[in-house]
Write a protein that binds this ligand. Structure first.
Ligand code: 0A1
Ligand code: ZN
Length: 850
């Protein structure tokens, strides 16, 4: 048990801070183990706040001295902050504290990565830098002076003075402390420039460690495209003279939108053809866009409190998805997002960690940077846009920016803007923010006298703390096809907002075939008892790219379920239907590559559990293997044709057109390897001049058990590159067969390059193990034990990353009693660790349902 019970914070308890902060001046005297931070903060009473003690957050700080209006004061200091008596009017607070950036392995606050100073303040890291009201509704301008010998010293806003051993920055835009940033080190820049729509020149830089300059060009282009896109599509212009991006190797998340000074995990900004895959390039482009878009959705308009996190994150994810659709392929982006949602958000929403898009309580806010807040949060905005239409969405967004610029807002403010812009009542829609869980929609149909009727029923299973659910408004996009495959009703949006509701369509000579949830118009599970004939028909004829893909996916799912449960052989109607699609050269190769995919093994386990079976990970693995083998054998004639089509002769470019072909090529190679034992993969490995081809070849060689020489060659070639070595670590686990997963993971943790304190390296290894469904769920529990051992070890060093990885256990109740017992024992073992962090304590308790 923990000494103190962790405190729970509730949305309903929100009260404003008793003072406004009028200005902040900070001086940093940098030293690895003893940095001094001097603050001068002007406070003035907030007339709208209830009376309260003057409390400033502060953690891991050594207070050297404090003054109010020039007179020394002696505050009451605890582990969480300080309280002091203050004048009744405005006053100047001054404090000097000492902090230890070098000893900061949690990577929150000011820390060091490879000799460079950097900060991470979202959500509550600023309180590890100095005493402050560390909450997003307190906004102020910041002036920052950095003193140190480092060549480069950066902070938010515009540069002011700089000279021997110091640099000063001023950010004219009031901001919450979570957007503060400081970077100092011997960095080099990759420069760029952008002229905004009103003609303002903006200096752009990507700052990296010497040697990484050649991996910045793509990121710089992505930044310029993002800046232009936000002007063109949302009318949003950049608002400072300079925009800096910094790459750091040690970072808990992907990247951070600090005002004017974005800090990136180097894996999310550095890219070169030799070291990065097509998927890496696409991700870099999307994350750069995401962080840039936060300048308006997050920074200029921020969150009142952390319960409103989806206000900035859902909207910014939605915007970055729009950007990627515009830059690349809309259908491919949509399908990829749905795969991701079903793979990460659905398990969260359907298990013990389920929480509303806007949570109502938390112990550690870092545990709520989740797929639900981000990805479901973005889906909710997509639904809103679908319901009100594109034109009204644009008007509402203009109103949002006009009305709330410079404010810290709530979901109520966001929805009110839509109500005012459209005259619509969004009271029911708001349930998407407050009700957790994935709605399940069942469908029945009838046809009589030329009228076709669709009846939908919705039900959301209970989630922690929410036993009862009210009906939600579900935008259901449907189309109808007649039996010869022609579309007789183009995509139509139905507003399905009751528990049960029937929609009629008349004037048909024959019963049409429904194409439901087109474009994945709502984040729901569709329980349709449709026959396979209907799915095969849609796979062949549907005009909607999403539902057509999903029809193939459902056929794959049903045949895999049959194979697992009854030992059936694969459904040839599915394989032949798919073959027809694959042979259609008018279809985008990337789309066909997606068509070749099958539901993940974890998703199949969930489907089996939902239907009342206990999923057997080995049987699921075996079924997936058999299905792939049967496809490979059936398609001996098709595969070489597709391989030829996938061939790229032009010099490498990470654009959508070329990556589409390589995606198809990779899907083909994985089947080909089942026929030739890895011969084609070996040839590709020998010839590859880019990481996409090199890695897909290596993956197949691993799978074929022909990997000794290739792994060694890859290691020798790339041992000097941290990001590529992360791939080397991860792939050996991800691509191997179940029985090798745990032994390999264990062996890799003993490798001299397994720098487990580096989050990327830790995730590369442990993340690969936990994502290998059959390997992780090995029946002897070895996977569970190994993960728990390492989580216990990492907790003392980096609670945030440890807590995130506890989610590996969130699906535990799906499995058999033996596995459940072993997982429970590991969770209990973690929970009883001495000095367990608040982060991990909360996660493990929630997963256990305790
Ligand atoms: N706001 C960032 C993500 C982020 C969140 C928390 C962090 O540390 C606790 C770091 C980054 C984004 O959405 O990109
Ligand atoms: Zn974000």
């Amino acid at each position: 048990m923990k000494a103190e019970a962790p405190q729970t914070i509730y949305l309903k308890d929100y009260t404003p801070f008793g003072w406004h902060v009028e200005s902040v001046h900070l001086t940093f005297r940098l030293a690895p183990n003893s940095t001094r931070v001097l603050s001068k903060i002007r406070f003035a009473p907030n007339p709208d706040a209830p009376a309260q003690d003057f409390f400033l957050h502060g953690e891991m700080l050594k207070l050297i001295g404090a003054k109010i209006d020039g007179a020394t004061v002696t505050p009451d200091v605890t582990d969480e902050g300080l309280t002091v008596t203050v004048p009744s009017g405005a006053f100047l607070w001054e404090a000097e504290v000492e902090i230890d950036p070098k000893g900061n392995t949690a990577l929150e606050g000011l820390y060091m990565s490879n000799g460079m100073y950097c900060t991470q303040c979202e959500a509550e890291g600023f309180r590890k830098i100095t005493y402050y009201p560390d909450r997003p509704d307190v906004m102020s301008t910041f002036t920052v002076r950095i003193e140190g010998d480092e060549k480069v010293k950066l902070s938010n806003g515009n540069p002011q003075e700089a000279g021997e051993g110091f640099a000063e920055w001023h950010d004219p835009w009031p901001k919450p402390a979570y957007l503060f940033a400081l970077v100092a080190g011997d960095l080099v820049n990759f420069p760029g420039a952008f002229t905004t729509m009103s003609g303002k020149q903006v200096e752009l830089n990507i700052w990296v460690r010497p040697g990484d300059e050649d991996k910045c060009a793509f990121g710089m282009e992505a930044l310029k495209k993002s800046m232009k896109w936000d002007e063109d599509v949302y009318g949003r212009e950049y608002d400072l003279d300079i925009f800096n991006i910094v790459a750091v190797d040690d970072f808990n998340m992907g990247a951070m939108e600090n005002k004017g000074l974005n800090v990136f995990n180097s894996s999310c900004v550095l890219a070169s053809p030799e070291t990065s895959t097509d998927a890496n390039f696409e991700r870099v482009e999307a994350i750069i866009a995401h962080e840039y878009f936060h300048n308006w959705t997050g920074n200029r308009i921020t969150c009142r409190d952390w319960f409103q996190l989806c206000l900035k994150e859902g909207l910014t994810v939605f915007r970055d998805a729009q950007f990627t659709s515009d830059m690349r392929s809309e259908p491919v982006k949509r399908i990829s997002d749905v795969i991701d949602l079903r793979g990460r958000q659905f398990p969260e929403d359907q298990g013990p960690l389920s929480h509303p898009v806007r949570p109502e309580s938390f112990q550690e806010i870092n545990n709520f940077y989740t797929a639900t807040v981000y990805e479901k949060g973005a889906e909710v905005i997509g639904m809103l846009k679908r319901l009100v239409g594109d034109e009204a969405y644009a008007r509402a967004l203009d109103l949002y920016f006009d009305r709330h610029d410079g404010q810290a807002c709530t979901i109520e403010d966001w929805l009110k803007v839509f109500e005012d812009a459209t005259g619509r009542d969004l009271a029911q829609f708001k349930r998407w923010y407050s009700q957790a869980g994935t709605p399940r929609v069942s469908v029945s149909e009838s046809f009589a006298d030329g009228t076709y009727s669709l009846t939908f029923r919705q039900e959301t299973p209970p989630t922690p703390g929410q036993p009862e659910k009210a009906p939600q408004v579900i935008p259901m996009a449907v189309g109808l096809l007649n039996p010869n495959g022609d579309e007789v009703l183009p995509t139509t949006l139905l507003e399905f907002n009751q528990s049960e509701q029937t929609f009629n369509f008349s004037g048909f000579a024959a019963k049409p075939v429904p194409s439901l949830l087109r474009g994945f118009s709502a984040p729901v599970v569709l329980d349709r008892e449709a026959g396979r004939d209907e799915q095969a028909f849609l796979l062949a004829h549907d005009t909607d790219t999403f539902t057509r893909w999903d029809a193939g996916r459902q056929l794959a799912r049903e045949t895999l379920v049959d194979m697992v449960l009854t030992g059936a052989t694969p459904d040839m109607a599915y394989i032949d239907g798919l073959e027809a699609v694959l042979r259609d050269e008018t279809l985008d190769p990337a789309y066909r590559a997606l068509m070749m995919g099958t539901p993940s093994q974890s998703e199949l386990a969930q489907v089996l559990a939902d239907r009342g079976h206990v999923p057997d990970p080995d049987a699921i693995w075996q079924a997936a293997e058999t299905l792939a083998q049967v496809k490979a054998e059936r398609w001996t004639d098709l595969l070489p044709r597709l391989a030829a089509e996938a061939e790229v002769t032009a010099p490498y470019s990470p654009d959508a057109e070329q990556s589409a072909r390589r995606a198809l090529g990779a899907a083909v190679l994985s089947l080909q390897t089942r026929l030739d034992g890895g011969a084609a993969a070996e040839t590709q490995f020998g010839r590859a001049d880019n990481m996409t081809l090199q890695l897909s070849a290596l993956s197949n060689l691993i799978r074929a058990g022909r990997d000794d020489a290739a792994l060694k060659a890859f290691h020798d070639q790339w041992q000097g590159d941290r990001l590529v070595m992360d791939k080397w670590f991860g792939l050996q686990i991800a691509a191997t067969t179940p029985e090798k997963v745990v032994p390999r993971t264990e062996a890799l943790t003993a490798h001299p390059a397994f720098d487990w304190k580096n989050p990327n390296r830790f995730r590369a290894v442990m993340g690969a193990m936990m994502m290998h469904h059959a390997g992780f769920h090995s029946v002897d529990g070895a996977g569970y034990r190994l993960l728990a051992d390492w989580l216990i070890r990492l907790d003392d060093v980096n609670p945030q990353t440890t807590a995130r990885m506890c989610s590996a256990f969130q699906t535990w109740r799906r499995y058999d009693a033996g596995r459940q017992e072993m997982i429970r024992a590991e969770l209990e073992r973690i929970r009883s660790k001495p000095k367990l962090s608040r982060d991990v304590d909360e996660m493990v308790s929630r997963i256990l349902g305790a």
